[in-house]
Design a protein around this ligand. Structure first.
Ligand code: ATP
Ligand code: MG
Length: 393
């Protein structure tokens, strides 16, 4: 059980490697943490020595929820609780024994490192470390003191009201703080892949806007709601985001009417890329993200991917390109999108699918087939029919 006097310590990940950029990484991360914790209560948040300190300002803060929330913030490598106790050597030793018993069992050597925010505390940091270290050495005779290269460091902090002993850390979400990597538009379908690809790019610090193509009456309101729900499930990691809903029916009908069946899917995907790029331009986004994975379906062969991205100039990021489906499913379970993704609603990709799609398409032949359409007019019309929704946690 957590105690409301506890505080949380967030260890920065790769952020610490960023040299001159480090300040802006830290500032961004602190802001993201602050925003993420808004619903858990009022906190004092500050950075010291590659660690973010999250201290509750009131007794009403939900520390369990805050602990869980901090584990979902990209840029945080690990999260630990700091357990409060009375400001006496005896209480500090007791607390360390209780919370670090497991760590001591696995350690060969240890040291105590103390810090005093409360300078009126009667012992110096060194005296306190020696006193606590001496008692812990007696309590754990198998673990020797080594002040130079210990396998376990026990952190003690003396603050205004309490002393704190740092408890063991659990892994955080890793990656880089959202916003540091610029903005991209992610093509979000209702499938398993695109929520995972979105999450993976957000973990590299990319701020996302989503685009989703709908083809009523071939696709239903439930299918659209499912996609909005997937976006909502991603917000604890990615932050709140805009989902652009773009009408796609007319484009699909025109393709079916005027183009050879074997190219339906490819031409449709070329339109998706053009529309996504149109949305990106307006959003100031510098890349597109898809959930494509090499060889997964006919439109994801190397040749097909080349035909698809032929129509856009923005980089197309495909974080799943080299992943197996089982790995993708594993991530979707971990991040909590799996159960929603497998709900059986249709996607516009699944209507008008050709019986024999071209797997080794020739770019010139596809361009030629597509020239039966007024591409610019169709794109412009679809973009003018765009709606957007802001999705929050
Ligand atoms: P997913 O599981 O993400 O649906 P998929 O393996 O079913 O992917 P496709 O249906 O060929 O593959 O789609 C490939 C990618 O195109 C998707 O990962 C997604 O990024 C994008 N996409 C497909 N359908 C839509 C849609 N209706 N709206 C927006 N993007 C889409
Ligand atoms: Mg799909």
């Amino acid at each position: 059980m957590m105690n409301h006097n506890e505080m949380l310590l967030l260890k920065l990940g790769e952020v610490v490697l960023k040299g001159l950029n480090r300040r802006s990484f830290e500032d961004r991360l602190v802001n993201n943490v602050r925003r993420r914790l808004k619903n858990c209560g009022s906190f004092q948040i500050c950075v010291r020595q590659s660690t973010i300190y999250v201290e509750p300002k009131t007794d009403t803060c939900d520390m369990e929820a805050a602990f869980a929330a901090c584990q979902q913030v990209f840029g945080v490598a690990a999260v630990a609780r700091a357990v409060p106790c009375e400001k006496t050597v005896a209480a500090i030793v007791e607390t360390a024994k209780t919370y670090l018993g497991g760590e001591f069992a696995g350690a060969k050597t240890f040291k105590v490192e103390s810090r005093r925010a409360d300078k009126t505390f009667p012992m110096t940091s060194i005296q306190l470390s020696q006193a606590v270290g001496g008692e812990l050495a007696e309590a754990f005779p198998a673990v020797a003191v080594d002040v130079h290269a210990p396998s376990l460091t026990v952190h003690v902090e003396i603050r205004e009201k309490y002393a704190y002993v740092h408890a063991p850390a659990v892994p955080g979400a890793g990656g880089l703080p959202v916003g540091m990597g610029g903005r991209a538009v992610s093509l979000l379908s209702g499938g398993l892949d695109s929520p995972v690809s979105s999450w993976m790019m957000a973990r590299r610090g990319v701020e996302l806007e989503m685009v989703h193509f709908v083809s009523p009456p071939y696709t239903s309101q439930q299918a659209q709601d499912k996609v909005l729900e997937l976006a909502r499930l991603l917000t604890p990691y990615c932050g709140r985001m805009i989902v652009h809903i773009v009408p796609f029916t007319e484009i699909q009908e025109e393709i079916r009417k005027n183009c050879p069946e074997e190219y339906f899917t490819l031409i449709m995907r070329r339109f998706m890329m053009r529309l996504a790029q149109g949305v990106a331009k307006k959003a100031g986004a510098k890349a597109l993200i898809t959930g494509e994975s090499l060889g997964q379906v006919a439109s994801q062969t190397m040749a097909a991917l080349g035909v698809t991205e032929d129509v856009v100039s923005l980089p197309v990021l495909r974080p799943l390109i080299g992943m197996d489906k089982v790995e993708i499913i594993c991530i979707s379970r971990e991040i909590g999108t799996y159960e929603t993704s497998i709900l059986p609603y249709e996607d516009c990709c699944t209507v008008f699918t050709p019986r024999h799609p071209a797997t080794r398409p020739d770019l010139d032949a596809v361009r030629e087939a597509e020239s039966a359409l007024d591409v610019d007019a169709l794109v412009e019309k679809a973009l003018s029919g765009e709606n957007w929704v802001r999705v929050k946690a």
